[in-house]
Design a protein around this ligand. Structure first.
Ligand SMILES: Nc1ncnc2c1ncn2[C@@H]1O[C@H](COP(=O)(O)OP(=O)(O)OP(=O)(O)O)[C@@H](O)[C@H]1O
Ligand SMILES: [Mg+2]
Length: 351
């Protein structure tokens, strides 16, 4: 999905999260990709809050640090947006060509989008056809959101060529990494700091996508509250820093949040079950920083009675970046899923 864009041949994926900026540069290697650069930098707590950039200077600095960390010299970038001002909806429309749809999409979309249609950037993808009707995945993002993210990226020296939705970047990387074996029905669940992006794919095509406003911030605030710690300290505990609190004490606090998060994600999965002409969900792929929380994958797997695997955005990507060790990159791979999907946007794809 391109919610805004003019496409270029070689781009970097820049994921501006509320916890960290992630930068991925891929180069073509035969029919596949190799990782040319990876970088990451923390976003100060509160600089992005409630899906809004509250401190543009701090976010710009974090983008600059992530670019410096990656050592890339590319500046054409695909950035992502997520959260409450992003809507993705699969709808049925009368059969028409892509060109006709492009003409009428604003009018058709109006009834499905809960925002003023003049206030959104809109895109679509025809995901199924054949009969008298076509299935179309609509995506809409509030213009203000696209503008504020593009602006801060520009201020950091980037030339923003496409603004995509994080939830679709999950799908883009899956298509590449599981090309030829997408017969399963899978859900990719990216648990970040403020948001959890869920995309359910059938035959490699999105059938349902939704962002939930919950993530690592909830874990950190529960730890802070329970052990009377400042938030940054609680964040460090969540990431496994030994010290003020023993992990054995933290476990039960995490489990309460995991239960709540698990139920929230379950609601999305149930909704898919009641709407789509679908098969059963075969597998869930977990990504985002919270995929690294020890025990979360097993917890969700037993709560849902379904196989939960870690997403590996580099499954079909050769790791050849100078100064990046394959072991190190595998450790942080779940954090790089969105940035990798953004970097995989090919210059001429109509999505
Ligand atoms: N080992 C870890 N390393 C990094 N982050 C971790 C780890 N364990 C847990 N987390 C949590 O994961 C979250 C960061 O994940 P991620 O980078 O995917 O979020 P984000 O993309 O910045 O946020 P969002 O997309 O929600 O705005 C934080 O809340 C962080 O505390
Ligand atoms: Mg994120």
């Amino acid at each position: 999905m391109a919610l805004f864009g003019k496409r270029k041949a070689h781009v970097i994926g820049v994921d501006i999260g509320s916890s960290a900026v992630k930068v991925v540069e891929l180069k073509r290697a035969g029919s596949g990709y190799q990782l040319a650069a990876f970088g990451m930098a923390e976003v100060p707590l509160g600089a992005i809050e409630g899906g809004e950039i509250r401190e543009p200077g701090a976010v710009q600095a974090a983008i600059g640090s992530a670019l410096a960390d990656s050592k890339t010299d590319a500046t054409d970038a695909v950035i992502g947006v997520s959260g409450g001002s992003v809507i993705a909806k699969r709808v049925k429309l009368p059969k028409m060509s892509e060109a006709e749809l492009a003409e009428s999409i604003r009018w058709e979309a109006e009834q499905y989008i809960p925002f003023d249609i003049d206030d959104v950037n809109l895109d679509f993808q025809i995901v199924a056809g054949g009969g008298p009707q076509i299935d179309v995945m609509l995506a809409a993002v509030k213009k203000g959101k696209v503008e504020s993210y593009a602006e801060v990226a520009k201020a950091a020296g980037l030339n923003v060529v496409v603004v995509d939705a994080d939830v679709f970047a999950l799908e883009t990387q899956y298509e590449h990494n599981y090309a030829g074996e997408t017969n399963e029905v899978v859900a990719i669940v990216n648990i970040g700091h403020e948001n959890t992006n869920t995309n359910i794919l059938q035959g490699g095509v999105s059938v349902y996508a939704r962002d939930i406003f919950m993530g690592g911030a909830r874990y950190a605030s529960s730890i802070a509250q329970r052990f009377n710690l400042p938030l940054p300290e609680a964040e460090a505990v969540l990431r496994g820093k030994e010290g003020s609190v023993a992990w054995a004490q933290v476990g039960p606090v995490l489990e309460l949040v995991s239960q709540e998060l698990g139920q929230e994600i379950q609601r999305t999965l149930d909704y898919f079950g009641t709407t789509a002409e679908h098969e059963r969900l075969d597998r869930i792929f977990l990504s985002g920083g919270c995929a690294l929380i020890p025990g979360l994958r097993d917890f969700l797997s037993s709560q849902w009675g379904i196989d939960v695997s870690l997403a590996d955005p580099f499954r079909q990507v050769k790791i050849a970046a100078p100064g990046v060790s394959p072991d190190e990159i595998q450790r942080v791979a779940p954090l790089a899923t969105v940035a990798t999907g953004l970097a995989m946007r090919s210059p001429d794809d109509r999505r």
